[in-house]
Design a binder for this molecule. Structure first.
Ligand code: B12
Length: 500
């Protein structure tokens, strides 16, 4: 089949869009009269007419692109989406049959043959079972949420409905851009994972009442996906589909905030690509050391990395500065390079492990301050696998003379609080890195406030989301926050002094 004929068939379909829609609806009406169901179904048929228009558009687009394969993807994902709405696959089959008959009648024989050939595999696919991944759509309807404030109710409803919204949004996105489904092939499962992550981040932002948190995340996703070579229009389509699936799955008053946040993120994406400059700059304090250290890490030369740090210390660089101006920007830079697909996960793990080793080598200098008679417990919140932020905080308190108990990554709330009680801590420092860690932060704070053993402990929270959204700590019920480990020590001292 030559491309020009396919294009002509596509043009012809669009030129006859209205009469094709009318003819298909007449056929469906006649079929409904032969086998009447509940009600007269007039509303359903009006909606179905629009759907048939969408099928015609999809068929026409498929004819111009990858032909039958693309239309087949369209049919598959439309079926998944309709099933999510409770519309049986057979209804789509009937609509396609009605359209097929119209195409056979109304297009010139050569062109109708081309169009029917492109439709056939899609129609057959509807009869095959299981139709397509993803199909986690059959989850039970969410229970009514407990009475909460408006933001928390919307976030909770979103989290509960996520198992239904995520696959629906993927199906809708692929239905709208079936070419993406074809191109993604086996990677489609990733799209579902992404949708789940978007929803977790969106729920966290809605709960915190901060669209900027989700906007920041959307910027990050764009940079990541484009460095994988994806077209940003795919993300725009995907987030748009997510908003539409939310509108379908949640009552209007609960869908309003998430959809508003999504719209704001889409505006941000439309404003263009965000530049992501390097975190390691020669002109910054200790810039030359940081550049050399990063280079040694990236070259896989941990001996040289260690020597660079020892030489800097011998030359008089304070340990706090090594942390703040070498380790931290280098870790951020490692993250940026991974995000831009310039280093692998293995390289990131290597660099992180070397930095943790080098930090340990400095401990004789960290543990030599005069004792302040205060105690700190520091932990990464449940689900947070990033441990260096909390470790920084613990080390800065140690350098200020505190006795510190650093618990490491992802510590369950109950265990953190047991440790606070056992160590009789004055301050608990909790670290979160992703928006999706915020619900765990809230859970921990709520549990701490209800725990009599923790009545007097000062609760500090910090990490990336708190650096992006000012005042977020207050909304979550903490006593304070700071953008850096050094700042955390000052805030703790101020709060304790004010309480004395
Ligand atoms: C190393 C690393 C990992 C390692 C962590 C290993 C380890 N042992 O810690 C591993 C491989 C586990 C990992 C996993 C993931 N990571 Co990661 N990771 C990083 C990386 C490169 C470095 C983190 C780090 O060491 N930072 C250095 C510390 C010192 O910085 P910090 O945490 O911000 O802490 C400072 C302040 O925030 C503050 N602070 C921190 N905690 C606290 C607490 C209190 C109380 C206070 C007051 C202050 C405070 O003070 C600290 C010092 O000044 C970052 C890059 C980055 N920008 O951070 C990505 C990064 C955080 N990871 C990222 C991602 C996406 C992930 C994954 C989702 C990847 C995946 N697909 O699986 C998972 C999520 C895992 C999870 N469930 O948590 C993204 C997050 C993007 C986003 N905006 O959502 C980043 C930013 C990378 C990137 N540029 O894309 N990661």
């Amino acid at each position: 089949m030559g491309i020009p004929e396919r294009d002509r068939a596509a043009d012809e379909l669009l030129a006859r869009r209205e009469p094709l829609m009318d003819a298909a609806i007449d056929r469906l009406k006649a079929a409904a009269r032969r086998a009447p169901g509940e009600g007269d179904g007039r509303e359903d048929l009006a909606r179905c007419r629009e759907d048939i228009g969408a099928h015609i558009d999809a068929l026409s687009a498929a004819l111009r692109a990858a032909g039958a394969e693309q239309f087949s993807e369209y049919c598959a994902f439309t079926a998944v989406f309709l099933e999510g709405l409770g519309v049986p696959r057979s209804a789509l089959g009937a609509a396609l049959d009605a359209l097929r008959e119209g195409v056979g009648e109304q297009l010139a024989p050569a062109l109708s043959a081309i169009a029917l050939e492109a439709m056939a595999p899609g129609r057959r696919r509807l009869d095959a079972s299981p139709i397509v991944t993803p199909l986690a759509l059959a989850t039970s309807p969410a229970d009514a949420p407990a009475p909460l404030d408006e933001r928390a109710a919307a976030a909770e409803a979103l989290a509960r409905a996520a198992p239904r919204i995520a696959p629906m949004s993927v199906a809708l996105g692929y239905m709208r851009r079936p070419g993406d489904a074809l191109a993604h092939g086996a990677r489609r499962g990733r799209c579902l994972e992404d949708a789940r992550r978007h929803l977790a981040q969106l729920a966290a932002a809605v709960e915190a009442g901060t669209p900027a948190l989700f906007g920041d995340y959307a910027d990050w996703v764009r940079t990541l996906l484009t460095s994988f070579g994806l077209d940003p229009a795919e993300l725009v389509n995907h987030l748009g589909a997510l908003g539409d699936a939310i509108a379908i799955a949640l009552p209007e008053h609960l869908a309003e905030a998430p959809r508003r946040y999504l719209a704001a993120a889409l505006d941000r994406l439309a404003a263009g690509r965000v530049e992501l400059p390097s975190f390691v700059r020669p002109e910054a304090p200790l810039g030359a050391v940081a550049c050399g250290y990063l280079d040694a890490l990236l070259q896989g030369n941990r001996g040289r990395a260690l020597r660079i740090i020892h030489e800097a210390v011998e030359a008089g660089a304070p340990i706090k500065d090594i942390y703040a101006h070498v380790f931290q920007p280098c870790q951020y830079e490692i993250g940026r390079l991974w995000q831009m697909q310039q280093i692998s996960i293995a390289e990131e793990h290597y660099c992180t492990a070397v930095t943790q080793t080098v930090m340990s080598q400095l401990y004789p200098l960290v543990f030599n301050a005069d004792r302040a008679g205060r105690r700190l417990v520091a932990a990464s919140v449940d689900g947070n696998l990033h441990e260096i932020g909390a470790r920084f905080v613990a080390d800065f308190f140690e350098m200020a003379g505190w006795d510190t108990f650093y618990l490491g990554a992802s510590t369950p709330a109950r265990d953190v609080l047991d440790e606070v009680a056992r160590r009789q801590a004055d301050v608990l420092a909790v670290s979160a890195t992703l928006g999706e860690h915020l619900p765990s932060v809230r859970t921990l704070i709520t549990a701490a406030r209800e725990d009599r053993r923790c009545r007097n402990v000062v609760l500090l929270v910090g990490g990336q989301p708190f650096r992006v959204v000012h005042g977020l700590w207050r909304q979550l019920g903490a006593d304070g926050s700071a953008p850096t480990a050094e700042g955390a020590v000052h805030v703790a001292q101020e709060i304790l002094a004010a309480r004395a």
